[in-house]
Design a protein around this ligand. Sequence first.
Ligand code: F6R
Length: 357
Amino acid sequence: DKGTYPHYMLKEIDEQPAVMRKIIQAYQGEDEKLTIQPEILDALQAADRLYIIAAGTSYHAGLIGKEYLEKMAGIPVEVHVASEFGYNMPLLSEKPLFIFISQSGETADSRQVLVRIKELGHPSLTITNVAGSTLSREANHTLLLYAGPEIAVASTKAYTAQLAVLAILASVTAEARGRELGFDLVQEMGIVANAIQAQVDMKEEIEQLAHDFLSTTRNCFFIGRLMDFFVGLEGALKLKEISYIQAEGFAGGELKHGTIALIEEGTPVIALATQESVNLNIRGNVKEVAARGANTMIISMEGLNEDGDSHVLPTVHELLTPLVSVIPLQLISYYAALHRDCDVDKPRNLAKSVTVE
Ligand code: F6R
């Protein structure tokens, strides 16, 4: 039931602060420390490499999951698009653990990989929103997202829930391996939930951004470096699937290797600037596209912001920035689609769960 909301997508965007708190609670043990089932920890400890398999938005979450698992837990990770992995399996490590990320738990592309790797005798973990789903039943282990039903075709709260669960998995594994994180994830996630709330409370401002930058455009580019690049990929997918604006995400440094040729007078370029170590570089990219006529929107984080930035996010732990920076992108897509009279919750040609290969 969407209650007083005009669309499920908007409702689900708004639910994200509560989902973050729910996930933390769900993964807290009696002593309030984050915890996961010991057999899952054992599986991670036994693995020499993790293979994340997913599609679409869940794949984008996997790209950030790799950062978490490598930086926090110190385990090498590969992230693969499920449909491609099936045809072209890479050489596997000696002790792989497969992690399937899937909101629905029903995605056929991911399932065919699970069937293959089970035949090969490899262990698996599914991270899903749906208890009892196919990928959950068929994998050795499951971690749930606790995001509540996601009805809109465009995934929003499941994405941030995936990031939160991946961060929890990484931090609990780090601790088990005796690695010092240097921060308290429970506390930092509380700050994230508040920062998400602040974003969903700024709908009017964000709607105005969507109006100013996207009302008549045919295309739009997202640029970022490090994790901002991955969030840009997700922003682009969200925008294209519901507003039908052709949108692409690029690593800032790749622009000069081709894409910049597409920049014309008025081309919208949305730049994310939340990663301190590359802040100057991404701002350099913004200047390069602006000099060629691009209409640039900069979404930055407090502390890294400059005068004239279009939208400034509250500061959160650097690893957790994707959980916050994606929110204005979800809302921008929502309003861009709304302004174009698109069917926000049921975009053309798409199904919520993709059960064909
Ligand atoms: C985009 C979207 C899709 C799904 C993809 C995987 O908003 O919803 O890209 O993320 O079809 O679906 P799941 O996560 O159910 O495996």
